[in-house]
Write a protein that binds this ligand. Sequence first.
Ligand code: HSE
Length: 301
Amino acid sequence: SEVHVFAPATVANMICGFDILGFAVDYPGDEVQMFRVPEPGVRIRSIKGDEGRLPVDPERNTVSACVKMLLAHLGIENEIGVEIDLIKHMPIGSGLGSSSASTVAGLFAINSLLGNPLTKAELLPFCVEGERLACGHGHADNVAPALMGGITLVRGYDPLDVIKLPVPEELYAGIVFPKVDVPTRDARQLIKEKVYLRDAVTQWGNIAGLVAGLYEKDYALISRSMHDVLIEPTRAILIPEFYAMKDIALQEGALSFGISGSGPSVVAISKGKEIAERAATAIQEHLTRSEIESFKYVSSV
Ligand code: HSE
């Protein structure tokens, strides 16, 4: 028996909610094909689309390591044999939840092959462990939306408490990936451990405003809530042309603009597909003029 699973890219943080908010996009995403084989063990058969950057050693590859973790949890690691083909459709280190998409696809695949012994909620902690293996920190704001779809809120980490939020119909994301490498590990080391209370007040006001805006489908409230005073000022320096791109997105009518996950991808959150498309195109044209190669993706939230 075999399964073929797709898991989507995700925009973590949703601009103001560092480590707690995130949403899934329609594309790009990663695919995992998994086959049952008689010989016990977990093996990576092939990896495509990673430019040779990912390890095939099953102990070091995040997807196989997570699958092994799940089999060990179920006490069947010496009985089950699987082989994995991993097909990546998005760049690594782009801020689009590349490792999360692969991990979620892998864990969803093994769970399906076994007849779904775990619910999605039970699968989530294993996905978080995969994130920890991939970048040294177990944040859930990429894996939760990749697994559950839509917009998710990580209300708490200990214990993990994830809530699905409503998605207003006209919310679109124009995403641009400037082709520079920003590993999440580095982007996390840069940010300050301590914040000022007045900044924290601004930030949690914005997060609460955004959540209220999503429930009320109030695009003006969503727009004025999506600002990040804690993380963006520090991380923006890793992203070429960040403030120029922000000006362009807002000029084109985006509700908000910010970093996708830990960057370097950026996102123009917009009301309607047309504005998202226009903002992403204008940003891309600017990057081309600055001789920076880029990719763009436009998707509903
Ligand atoms: N919340 C994480 C961060 C997401 O901003 O570091 C990483 O993709």
